[in-house]
Design a protein around this ligand. Structure first.
Ligand code: F6P
Length: 358
């Protein structure tokens, strides 16, 4: 077997399970290919590929990392926002990445990341590099896979946050508004909200009205429940805002990019119920992956090693109906997975009395 040189990078926002996936793919490669594989860790995402920051890794570098949060390789946001229109600067960046790929004499580049990472991975693949993607994100919004690693862990953390808010909200007879990450897709808020027993859930996919949020809180109070929990996705928007482009929506909000604080003030002013808001933010992305995410990341990693062994490039690993498989990078790049309005869990949530204020 000819020796293979594999470069690996993690890009975009970190999430639990990145190290488990790095470990899964590298262990599976060493197991399959022994001394016939060399692995290069590229530092801080695509930035490391552009700037030539990488180092040869040893098998021992990948030991003891299964349970660790974050990424041992470091990460950074995408090197360019709009890759469909490649400006001069971007041409240079793509050129640098190709050059460093050649300099490292890579046979394959593994990219672990979310939507932005996959767009760049598809671009590099179209530019002749052998690329394989692995889908990570707490947002669970990558097209073509039912689940991404990081999501399950974040649902657990979001649920715990809501659980803890319950006892303090109940003790004080307050409404508590909690903002859950997810700028464009509401998967994390929907699952954490249902798991934590939120009373109102606001998602980007189901625009809301302030009046309906306040009514839901009032209805509970009339029924003797003097406290309420409102789970708000970071990207939630009102029905009026939904008519606007994102840029105009943000401008209208005067730089206050999310609605959590406004929802809290509206409830307090219109119901008289004392209301507080809180934003767990990056807390949702930190720490050790759940057992489910460790298993998923290991499965994805082992599958990526198989794709490499088969010289099957230009692909990204996916889980479809419980089966680990792969999609073409170019088929999924630039697309996202949003919560469908008729998703079963939305129907279930409505059935148990959760309001979406839509
Ligand atoms: O994509 C993952 C995510 O955590 C989103 O839910 C959130 O909107 C965003 O990243 C936050 O990005 P940053 O870490 O760059 O502030």
């Amino acid at each position: 077997m000819a020796k293979k040189r594999i470069g690996i990078l993690t890009s975009g926002g970190d999430c639990p399970g990145l190290n488990a996936a790095i470990r899964g793919v590298t262990k599976a490669l060493y197991h399959r290919m022994g001394d016939d594989v060399e692995i290069y860790g590229i530092m801080d995402g695509y930035t490391g590929l552009i700037e030539g920051e990488y180092r040869k890794m040893k098998p021992s570098d990948f030991s003891g990392i299964l349970t660790r949060g974050g990424t041992i390789l470091g990460t950074s946001r995408q090197p360019f926002k709009t890759i469909q229109v490649i400006g001069e600067d971007n041409v240079d960046k793509v050129g640098n990445m190709k050059e460093n790929y050649k300099k490292m004499k890579l046979d394959c580049l593994l990219t672990l990341g979310g939507n932005g990472t996959h767009k760049t991975a598809a671009l590099l693949s179209e530019n002749g590099l052998n690329v394989i993607g692995l889908p990570k994100t707490i947002d669970n919004d990558i097209y073509g896979t039912d689940v991404t690693f990081g999501f399950h862990t974040a649902v657990g953390i979001g649920t715990e946050v809501i659980d803890r808010l319950h006892s303090t909200a109940a003790s004080h007879s307050r409404a508590l508004v909690v903002e859950i990450m997810g700028n464009k897709a509401g998967w994390l808020t929907l699952y954490s909200g249902v798991a934590g027993g939120a009373d109102v859930i606001l998602l980007p996919e189901l625009p809301f009205t302030y009046e309906k949020v306040a009514k839901a809180v009032e209805r509970r109070a009339k029924n003797g429940h003097l406290f309420s929990i409102i789970a708000v996705a970071e990207g939630a928007m009102t029905k009026d805002e939904a008519k606007l482009k994102r840029k105009d929506r943000m401008a209208q909000r005067g730089g206050n990019v999310n609605v959590t604080a406004s929802v809290a003030s509206f409830i307090q002013e219109n119901t008289g119920i004392e209301t507080r808001s809180m934003v767990p933010g990056h807390y949702l992305r930190g720490g050790s992956p759940s057992a489910y995410d460790r298993v998923l990341a290991t499965q994805f990693g082992a599958y990526a090693a198989k794709l490499i062994a088969d010289d099957n490039y230009g692909m990204t690993v996916a889980s479809v109906n419980g089966t680990i498989t792969a999609n073409k990078l170019t088929d999924i790049a630039g697309k996202s997975s949003y919560v469908p309005k008729d998703h079963q869990l939305i129907a279930v949530a409505r059935a148990v009395g959760i309001s979406f204020a839509d």
